[in-house]
Design a binder for this molecule. Structure first.
Ligand code: NZQ
Ligand code: ZN
Length: 380
């Protein structure tokens, strides 16, 4: 095993912690507050941020949409450049924080920001970012990943850079009291799949990574059972487990999968399916199609997470249990639940995967377009 691990994001966790940002952003910085469609205006978060920023020079950019688009974000880049902004404060869920990462990197690049997503430009500098998380799901608040869409071409592509890790993230579990149930459930499912993408591969002699991954999976399943009766501890544990699911720790030194995410992104880009729900459609089918290569880890997960006895059918029972977990949260796991004409949908998704060179996905790069087609055919 060989790896380099650094997570430079400072976490301020707990109720009332938004006030701490005045100790985290230097007073001489001109701040841009970036946010989404307005939920922060209705739940008191905007007021808390304004109060904490008293004495700073700051301005705002509103309207970053779920699955943020380059069309909207380029307007924020222009504002950052013309106002000479020094620091970007993202206040929102994964979409706003991902958007902030794009804006921070694009502001330091003279070319077309979309080059960052196509790989034509490798990020070599970015403005500093702080994050106030309002939706526990993506882990974006303390990782170097970002996923950006282009409306014009129905594309949704990721980029990673060590330059866009937020300097700090505020995780106040109280701010999620206003979340609609649909978004709470999305967060649970997204975090669960993030752990699976790093854990559910093949045995890699990594008991530390495996053991922590199993703890996170068990925690998320337990939280799912009480999704209708959240209390302070419930909200805090969801926030912390979603963060830990994708802050790099459980993935250090092991080969990952991520095929579910890459196929899922195409479903979102083409049909607007919520990110987490795209994963719930793809993953159970992917696990069945990739059964042989994943059998050992599925069996391990069955025993250590679901408490199954070791047996010939443990791995299959594990896939059923994962699917049942999503269904227990009322998350559909079939493509046809979203898109009536299955064949047309599949051929469009495959052609987008091909355009994006997503032709050798998964931990063994064994998911070719033919395999993706099989996965989609079975996700009926
Ligand atoms: O825009 P506002 O008005 O704020 O409303 C949002 C939005 O409509 C609302 N919301 C957020 N916090 C709220 C709230 N409503 C009430 N109370 C609150 N406290 O929730 C809606 C969805 O928000 P969004 O940020 O889109 O959700 P999420 O956090 O699930 O982010 C999804 C995006 O993150 C990307 C996804 O692809 C998707 O674009 N991902 C980013 C990753 C990363 N950077 O590491 C990894 C993930 O796998 C994922 O791909
Ligand atoms: Zn995800």
């Amino acid at each position: 095993m060989k790896f380099s691990f650094s997570n430079p994001t400072r976490i301020e966790f707990g109720q009332g912690q938004i006030a701490a940002i005045e100790t985290l952003i230097p007073k001489n910085q001109r701040v841009l507050v970036l946010y989404g469609g307005g939920s922060i205006k209705n739940n008191g978060v905007y007021d808390q941020v304004s109060k904490a920023l008293e004495g700073y020079e700051w301005e705002e950019f509103a309207g970053v949409e779920p699955n943020p688009t380059v069309e909207t974000l380029d307007k924020a880049v222009a504002q950052v450049k013309s106002s000479k902004v020094d620091f970007i404060l993202a206040v929102g869920g994964g979409s706003v924080i991902d958007g902030a990462k794009y804006v921070a990197a694009s502001a330091k690049y003279d070319g077309d920001g979309w080059d960052i997503l196509t790989g034509k430009h490798t990020v070599d500098a970015a403005l500093p970012i702080g994050a106030i998380l309002t939706l526990p799901a993506t882990g974006s608040e303390s990782n170097g990943g970002s996923v950006i869409s282009k409306k014009a071409t129905q594309q949704k592509l990721p980029f990673m850079s060590p330059f866009v890790y937020p300097k700090f993230a505020v995780l106040d579990p109280d701010v999620i009291k206003s979340l609609p149930q649909r978004q709470v459930v999305n967060g649970l499912v997204d975090a669960f799949v993030h752990v699976c993408e790093q854990y559910l591969t093949f045995p890699q002699h990594a008991p530390v990574q495996d053991g922590y991954a199993e703890t996170l999976l068990k925690t998320l399943i337990a939280l799912g059972k009480d999704v209708d009766a959240p209390d302070d501890a419930w909200r805090a544990n969801l926030m912390w487990s979603a963060n830990q699911a994708l802050n790099g720790l459980i993935g250090a030194g092991v080969v990952h999968d991520w095929a579910t995410h890459m196929i899922g992104h195409e479903l979102t880009a083409l049909y607007g399916v919520d990110h987490a729900r795209s994963l719930a459609i793809v993953q159970p089918s992917l696990l069945r199609v990739q059964f042989d290569s994943k059998q050992q880890k599925l069996t391990q997960m069955g025993k250590n997470v679901f408490g199954f006895e070791d047996g010939e059918d443990t791995a299959r029972k594990t896939i059923d249990a994962i699917e049942a977990f999503y269904q227990s949260l009322s998350v559909d796991t079939q493509l046809t639940d979203y898109q009536g004409d299955k064949d047309t949908a599949i051929s469009k998704i495959l052609s987008q995967l091909k355009n994006h060179n997503m032709v050798a996905l998964g931990e063994e790069k064994a998911i070719t377009l033919e395999v993706s087609e099989k996965i989609l055919q079975e996700a009926v």
